[in-house]
Design a protein around this ligand. Structure first.
Ligand code: F6P
Length: 537
């Protein structure tokens, strides 16, 4: 366990923040607003998003010191290195080029002798052709019936991005098609997803960067058996009903999907940064190639903002600095994300993988142990639902939880119901205000007092369009990189999940084995395995 790290990073920029923190820790947002009347200027606007961070517990001096920290860490140099395609994912010796996935056609980025943008657009064009053929009915199933159901099988980055984006952009999607997302190795997930589907009208997208992931392969095998059973066992049906998205052509072929039906991506795309690649095929099928390209355009607009805007007026940089401030200097462990848009219901789960798999690290890129807290715990649900669940703790509890509120000026097309949009946004603004300033009535009994001083940012865009979604997700990606740079960690590997995968495979074999006499785990695990073997057979 990382335990209680020593809060030092042994450099002047960090030490200045350590010395400064006690001066802000005891000041309330009310006091900060009273002494810094120009706090309303604490906002930035870019790529269609407006970030208001005036209700954060930072003074002008805090901001100056945080910016000095990120300059001392050479964030600008690291951003440039990423955009040049340098191998900044050092533990895997890979470039980190999800930004190339949204570069416009005609841009050139040569990495290791290959123009990666040309490659990206070659695959995007193939995806568009395929998606259009399915959508217009020219690609039909094995029996000649039109494809009306699309089931994406993947997990982690091969599931959360498309599933989140599909929900977010449902308003733009085909209503005569059904889209389902299967991830869990729990058979209930696939069984529920297949409920009511006609195999003759169903397309499976098996999405896996490595094509070795246990859950995905196991679900894909079960889906294959379901399809063949329904279509009379003719193996030729696979070609019409299964496509693969992967970097691993060999494993795709080994599984039995013709690589002509594979949409590729590259090892310089991390799993949790891959929704912009062919991993987004299900989203493209739902919203169409033009809307998918708008999603990419929004992300690219945020990329350009991150790459070129001054650090003190840079949305992802400010988001990252605020997170570092709370995590490292004010002892916050978590960060809530509360979108006031039902379509963003899966955004908190998506961000959990993005932020926690990226920055949940305790070793620096040079191999030395991290000696400050890293990686905040991300959680949240949509507003207003959260207000009637956990907001009580946010208002009156004893834990500091910085919040990102997310809202829109207008509802999505076809999502307007009377004055409900105004009520939704009124609630967002009310919560941010109430949390920051609390109650102001000295006659209230203690249990009715809201102390306030609970910080939040508010992110607003005009509407939840594909462009706005792309820009929002890219902002969080770059926030993650900003933090990784400050902490000196590799935000692009995920070695921590490997141990669990290996152990699960070993235990699965032990559960299936003829006898359990040679189990060599700890006594607790041995007993659990034996008990399960007895009771499950
Ligand atoms: O959980 C670890 C992980 O490697 C994630 O980073 C990744 O998104 C997920 O598994 C799925 O991996 P794959 O796309 O290779 O099946």
């Amino acid at each position: 366990m990382p335990g209680s790290p020593v809060r030092r990073m042994a450099d002047a920029a960090w030490d200045a923040l350590v010395a400064h923190a006690p001066h802000v820790r005891d000041r309330t947002l009310k006091e900060l607003f009273a002494t810094e009347p120009d706090r309303a200027r604490m906002h930035v606007e870019a790529a269609g998003w407006y970030l208001d961070y005036a209700k954060q517990r930072v003074s002008t001096e805090t901001k100056r010191l945080l910016l000095a920290l990120v300059e001392a860490r050479d964030l600008r140099g690291r951003i440039d290195a990423m955009f040049r395609g340098e191998h900044i994912n050092v533990t895997e010796d890979r470039a980190v080029l999800h930004v190339a996935l949204r570069m416009p056609k005609g841009t050139q980025l040569v990495v290791d002798g290959v123009d990666v943008v040309a490659e990206v657009h070659r695959v995007l064009d193939r995806m568009s052709t395929f998606a259009s053929a399915v959508r217009d009915g020219s690609h039909v199933g094995h029996t000649g019936r039109r494809i009306r159901n699309v089931v994406n099988i993947g997990i982690g980055g091969s599931d959360l991005g498309p599933a989140m984006a599909y929900d977010a952009l449902h308003s733009y999607s085909r209503r005569d098609m059904r889209f389902r997302f299967v991830s869990n190795v729990d058979g209930a997930d696939l069984i529920d997803a297949l409920e009511g589907l006609d195999a003759a009208e169903t397309l499976f997208i098996v999405s896996s960067k490595t094509f070795t992931t246990l859950e995905t392969l196991s679900n894909a095998r079960a889906a294959r058996a379901w399809l063949l059973a329904a279509l009379g066992g003719d193996e030729a049906a696979i070609a019409k009903h299964f496509v693969a998205v992967s970097t691993n052509a060999e494993k795709v072929a080994e599984f039995g999907i013709d690589t002509a039906n594979m949409f590729e991506f590259w090892d310089w795309v991390g799993g949790r940064y891959s929704m912009w690649s062919a991993i987004g095929l299900s989203v493209m099928l739902a919203v169409g190639p033009d809307n998918f390209r708008d999603l990419l355009a929004g992300a690219h607009a945020m990329d350009e903002h991150f790459r070129t805007a001054p650090l003190d007026a840079n949305i992802p940089v400010i988001m990252g600095l605020l997170c570092c401030w709370y995590r490292d200097f004010l002892d916050a462990q978590t960060q809530a994300v509360v979108p006031y848009a039902n379509a963003l219901v899966k955004l908190p789960s998506y961000l959990q993988q993005l932020e926690m798999e990226s920055n949940g690290k305790s070793v620096r890129t040079d191999g030395s142990p991290v000696d400050v807290p890293t990686g905040e715990i991300v959680w949240g649900t949509v507003g207003t639902n959260g207000q009637h669940a956990y907001f009580q703790l946010l208002h009156q509890g004893t834990t500091l939880v910085p919040i990102d509120f997310i809202g829109f000026d207008r509802p999505q097309p076809d999502r307007e119901l009377g004055d409900q949009q105004d009520l939704l946004v009124a609630n967002l603004f009310a919560q941010a205000e109430g949390l920051a300033f609390g109650t102001d009535d000295p006659s209230l009994p203690p249990y009715r007092v809201m102390p306030g001083n609970r910080p939040s940012s508010t992110l607003m865009a005009s509407q939840l369009t594909p462009f706005a979604l792309g820009a929002l997700v890219a902002a969080y990606e770059h926030k993650v990189m900003t933090l990784g740079t400050i902490w000196g960690i590799d935000s692009f590997d995920q070695w921590g999940v490997e141990l669990g995968k290996k152990l699960a495979q070993k235990i699965a074999a032990e559960i299936a084995a003829a006898d359990d006499s040679d189990l060599a785990h700890d006594p607790s695990t041995n007993a659990l395995i034996r008990r399960y073997r007895r009771r499950s057979s």
